[in-house]
Design a protein around this ligand. Structure first.
Ligand code: ADP
Ligand code: MG
Length: 245
């Protein structure tokens, strides 16, 4: 169990109508930890990400971010939400804004930063994701891999305590996957706390502290990558690995 928990889910349950999409989820992510979530399509991985910053509500259980219960609404929710950066499969950049404006918008609007200060920091972040020379362009002028790196910089610009990635490379052409994984790998090495839903097992093996395997709305394995990949315990995990490896 992690010593210094940054995310804690305790007995979380969620339904979509009759479908029990998250079933008694207990998960702790420690500060600086990288947790990779894998599992078959429909097992509840995206919903798990979405409840962590309350893009979806839950019916029971507790969600704590850095020791604070996630409030139902209001200013406290906005503040806690800003602590959680999200990167989705679709990059969701603002098409009519430059790369630089995409990255600096959040800090100016939601964190009250001065425009020049936000731009300076955004340029630093663009440099970190290898896009210093693309700041003036518009999203459509970039490749998918570059757009996803902008999305990562944009999330980092809010100074989140934790970054959630929901299949960040699934929409990319194969030759662009590595440039995004490398940025994520670097973030992990710098100590960012990360929850990553991905089918990239190479990333899981090299960057994850733990692999969480989900099936039918439950967490059925939560182990080190080494343990998980060499000795999966459940038939569901064995079956899943045999299909993707
Ligand atoms: P995964 O990301 O592992 O593929 P999801 O969390 O997206 O799984 O979905 C889990 C299940 O919940 C799926 O059966 C999906 O169809 C269903 N689901 C997801 N979002 C909704 C929604 N907004 N309304 C109804 N059903 C949903
Ligand atoms: Mg999903």
């Amino acid at each position: 169990m992690a010593v210094d928990p940054l995310i804690e889910l305790r007995g979380v349950n969620k339904h979509f109508g009759q479908l029990h999409v998250l079933q008694d989820i207990h998960l702790t992510v420690g500060r600086g930890e990288v947790v990779v979530v894998i599992g078959p399509s429909g097992s509840g991985k995206s919903t798990l990400c979405r409840i962590i910053n309350r893009l979806e509500t839950v019916e029971s259980g507790d969600i704590l971010i850095d020791g604070q219960p996630l409030p139902a609404e209001g200013r406290d929710l906005a503040r806690l939400r800003a602590d959680v950066g999200m990167v989705f499969q679709s990059f969701n950049l603002f098409a009519h804004k430059t790369v630089l404006a995409n990255v600096s918008l959040g800090p100016v609007k939601a964190r009250g930063r001065k425009r020049e200060e936000a731009n300076r920091r955004s340029r630093e972040l663009l440099e970190r994701v290898g896009l210093a020379d693309q700041a003036h362009k518009y999203p459509a002028q970039l490749s998918g891999g570059q757009q996803q790196r902008v999305a990562i910089a944009r999330a980092l610009a809010m100074d989140p305590k934790v970054m959630l990635f929901d299949e960040p490379t699934s929409a990319l052409d194969p030759e662009m996957i590595n440039e995004v994984l490398e940025v994520m790998q670097q973030l992990a090495a710098e100590g960012m706390t990360m929850v990553v839903v991905t089918h990239e097992m190479g990333f899981a093996r090299s960057a994850a502290n733990r692999v969480v395997f989900m099936a039918d709305g439950r967490i059925i394995e939560d182990r080190t990558p080494d343990d998980f990949f060499t000795h999966p315990e459940t038939d569901r995990a064995k079956d899943f690995l045999s299909k993707i490896l």
